[in-house]
Ligand binder design. Sequence first.
Ligand SMILES: [Zn+2]
Length: 208
Amino acid sequence: MKVKVAKKGKAFVEVVLEDVNASIANALRRVMLSEVPCLSIEDVTFLENTSSLYDEIIAHRLGLVPIRTDLKLFNFRDKCACGGAGCASCTLKLTLEKEGPCTVYSHDMKPEDPKLKPQEGIPILRLGNGQKIAIEAEAILGTGKTNAKWQSAIVSYKYRDGEGAKAKGDNRSFILRIEGNGALKPEEIFTKACEILEAKATEMASLL
Ligand SMILES: [Zn+2]
């Protein structure tokens, strides 16, 4: 398989895959959607909430905010040496404290590690005069297979020379488009998916 970057933007990358069949292109797409991990908020503790929204609604909205992830820094919590209790190797702590009148945005959350920022500019809720919110949240690694909040990209692929190429039998070249949500760079998502797919193939070979 040959891989070439065809187009690159801030949040997307288009990769040309040559000399492969559709099942490999599709396997990569599916691994990127459901098995490449990223951080998302899983537990939220409300110290104060005098807003007009229930705790559950706010916690759900916070869970959907993409958080910049460094895969080298974190383990899955259930596979971590802490035994699932939560430690710095599997958990990113964030805090949020605001008083109205104002709009609370995703970037108002302060992560323990300033490099691992939540995506900017996503409105969470409005606080009226004197209303307050104080929250402690924990983000952990997960995959899109468990919950869509851990899906870090939208991925599609097409025949490089259009559907006509498929009809002519020239169907070994594809364009894969990866649009990231900000948790990981699109090229990181692609590289990680290749690693995961390779590990799966090696495991399969050893079982046969
Ligand atoms: Zn841990």
